[in-house]
Structure formats: structure tokens, C-alpha cells
Design a protein around this ligand. Structure first.
Ligand SMILES: [Zn+2]
Length: 72
């Protein structure tokens, strides 16, 4: 007679490894482009992994512009 607990734990492991595989694929999709969308400077990999599409300078510039607009 098959042990149900063993079957359940196999199933859980399968689901977990599938979920981890999905998360890994998602992060690679979410990673931003290699070059800044504004000035086409290279974006550091750590920054891209966080989903940034702009280099540090352009992001700061955009933030400044946004905060100016926020005052209106
Ligand atoms: Zn830039």
C-alpha cells in the first residue's frame, strides 16, 4: 500500500520547484534593458534586476521633473 504522506510530499516538492522556476523566469523578464531608455548609457546589472529602465542620472532627472509637476 502506497504511503499517502510520501505522495503528498513528492507533490509538494514538485509544486515548489515549479513555483521557483516560474519566479526565476519572471525576474529575468522583469529585468530592465541593458541601456538607459533616455541617454542610452549602460545601466548597472544590479539596477536592471530591480526593473529600472533608466540610468541613475536620468532617474534622478525624471524624479526631479515629477516632483516639480507634483507641485502644481
Ligand atoms: Zn540615462
Amino acid at each position: 500500500m502506497a504511503d499517502e504522506a510520501d505522495i503528498a510530499s513528492d507533490y509538494n516538492e514538485l509544486m515548489i520547484s515549479r513555483a521557483l522556476g516560474r519566479i526565476r523566469r519572471d525576474t529575468s523578464i522583469k529585468a530592465g534593458p541593458k541601456l538607459c531608455g533616455d541617454c542610452e548609457e549602460a545601466i548597472p546589472e544590479a539596477r536592471r534586476k530591480l526593473g529600472f529602465k533608466l540610468c541613475v542620472q536620468c532617474a534622478e532627472e525624471t524624479e526631479r521633473r515629477n516632483s516639480l509637476f507634483a507641485n502644481y
